[in-house]
Design a protein. Structure first.
Length: 88
C-alpha cells in the first residue's frame, strides 16, 4: 500500500488497518488483516519509480509544503510499521 497523505493519525490508522485489520472494529476490515506492506510516496524506493515529470507535476508542491523534517518523520513511521511483526 502506498500512501500519499502526511497526517500522522491517518497514516497510523490506515496502515494498521491494511496490515492487521480495522483497529476500531467498526468497518468491513474489522479483524481482517490484509498483511499488506505499507510505504509512502516520499520514500526513495517509491519516489525513484515515478517518472520525474509526473513527480514534478503531481507531488513536488506537496513535498515543498510538507518540508524535509516532516518527510523524514513520515518515512521513519513507515519503516517502523514495516519492522513490526504482523500476527497471522
Amino acid at each position: 500500500m502506498v500512501w500519499g497523505v502526511t497526517n500522522e493519525q491517518y497514516l497510523e490508522v490506515g496502515s494498521r488497518t491494511v496490515m492487521e485489520g480495522d483497529p476500531s472494529w467498526s468497518g468491513p476490515l474489522a479483524g481482517v488483516g490484509l498483511h499488506l506492506g505499507v510505504f509512502h510516496v516520499f520514500e526513495p524506493e517509491i519516489r525513484d519509480r515515478i517518472p520525474q515529470d509526473v513527480y514534478d507535476e503531481e507531488l513536488m508542491l506537496l513535498e515543498l509544503a510538507v518540508g524535509d523534517e516532516k518527510i523524514a518523520k513520515t518515512i521513519a513511521m513507515m519503516e517502523g510499521f514495516r519492522a513490526q511483526p504482523v500476527a497471522r
